[in-house]
Design a protein around this ligand. Structure first.
Ligand SMILES: Cc1ncc(COP(=O)(O)O)c(C=O)c1O
Length: 375
């Protein structure tokens, strides 16, 4: 069978991922395992807001609006400005009162957490929840001093569902009360089928894509659910440390291969990071929404599925922060995670440089303003 080449989109599954001898990560203890990050946060908000008026949750203006919409079901959302182009949040825009909740996000796994630790010390009466989804094993996550922290696992690990919730301060945690979501099993089926597809089996892409989409939709509704038995059985046995260092090396390689080779129409959002951090993927910032869309389509044509983290302003919930909106229209996540070899990464780099090589295609005007938020 001839294997198929593509990068990005959802993880595939094979039992070969589970090896007898792997260096296992030391995860925080104790923790609760939920179906999703949403389920973890919603359960926490419900546990600690019992009998109280609707809680207020402060959310960064640059965030996943689908997830924020779920939070809105149980809390009033208040936006504060936090952008991945800046090293720290705009704390002046964060006006949290005692007893209110604040969501602090480690965007793309790039932050160190010291700014939040300082802020937290000065606001001990605020309930901080750190979101470590983009790098669950960062130094920040492992050395956190926040009241609560969580990480959705399926964004960095080949799992159909799952999120860990822990309290670095050893505060009581809510257990998952809801049932396992059937969505996890749709997603697991999709992951198994995707592996067969990648290996060249005669499986139609729509077959696993439909299962992925339906599974994800169901999972999004599991608002206090437990992780599936599958995830519960395997998550600690995945070589997560190997995955993490591979991811770090791949992002580094991709960014190094692009240095000086993509032009002012598009720049990496970052090209270095602190010790103890492992970036989520390679993130690009295009000079305009039109260039982002052209680039995304170019990559799709060549089987590279680049995601957008995150869209807003398309009619759903919106932070109304002009800087966050602007970023959300120009940002692109290029896959460079643990699944890929150096050759795969080189191929993606080549596709990107080909797109931006002079005369390759007419890029939409107007020409980019060099000061427009590129870092
Ligand atoms: C940074 C971040 N936090 C939280 C979530 C929510 O996790 P889940 O989809 O497991 O509910 C996501 C998912 O998109 C995310 O990307």
């Amino acid at each position: 069978m001839k294997s198929r080449w593509e990068t990005g989109s959802e993880f595939d599954w094979s039992e070969n991922l589970l090896k007898p001898e792997v260096a296992l990560a030391v995860w925080p203890k104790p923790l609760e395992l939920f179906a999703s990050g949403r389920a973890a946060v919603l359960s926490l908000l419900r546990l600690l807001s019992q009998g109280a008026p609707r809680p207020r949750l402060h959310v960064p203006s640059f965030f996943c609006m689908e997830v924020a919409t779920c939070f809105k079901a149980v809390a009033d959302i208040v936006w504060y400005r936090d952008l991945p182009t800046e090293p720290v949040p705009d704390f002046a825009s964060l006006q949290a009162r005692p007893g209110e909740w604040v969501l602090a996000v480690n965007f793309f796994g790039l932050r160190t957490g010291s700014a939040w630790q300082d802020w937290c010390q000065r606001h001990d009466d605020v309930r901080l929840i750190e979101d470590h989804t983009h790098d669950p094993l960062s130094d920040w996550a492992m050395q956190s001093t926040a009241p609560y922290a969580f990480a959705s696992l399926r964004k960095t690990l080949p799992l159909p569902d799952g999120a860990i919730l822990w309290s670095p301060r050893q505060l009581p945690l809510p257990p998952p009360l809801g049932p396992v979501s059937l969505g996890a099993y749709y997603k697991l089926s999709a992951m198994i089928l995707k592996r067969a597809y990648l290996q060249g089996a005669g499986i139609a892409k729509e077959d696993f894509r439909t299962l992925q989409v339906q599974g994800e939709e169901m999972l999004g509704q599991a608002d206090d659910g437990a992780a599936s038995d599958f995830t519960r059985a395997v998550w600690r046995h995945l070589p997560v440390l190997e995955f993490r260092s591979r991811r770090q090396a791949n992002v580094q390689l991709l960014l190094a291969s692009l240095a000086g080779r993509i032009n002012s129409f598009c720049q990496p959002l970052f090209s270095s990071w602190s010790r103890g951090a492992a970036p989520f993927q390679a993130i690009l910032l295009c000079a305009s929404p039109e260039i982002r869309e052209q680039l995304r389509q170019h990559l799709i044509q060549h089987h590279v599925y680049a995601a957008v983290h995150w869209r807003q302003g398309d009619g759903g919930l919106c932070s109304e922060d002009p800087a966050a909106l602007d970023l959300s229209r120009r940002i692109l996540t290029v896959p460079a995670d643990h699944r890929y070899s150096s050759e795969d990464v080189a191929r993606v780099a080549q596709l990107l440089t080909a797109f931006f090589s002079p005369g390759a295609r007419p890029l939409p005007s107007p020409a980019p303003d060099p000061d427009r938020g590129l870092v």
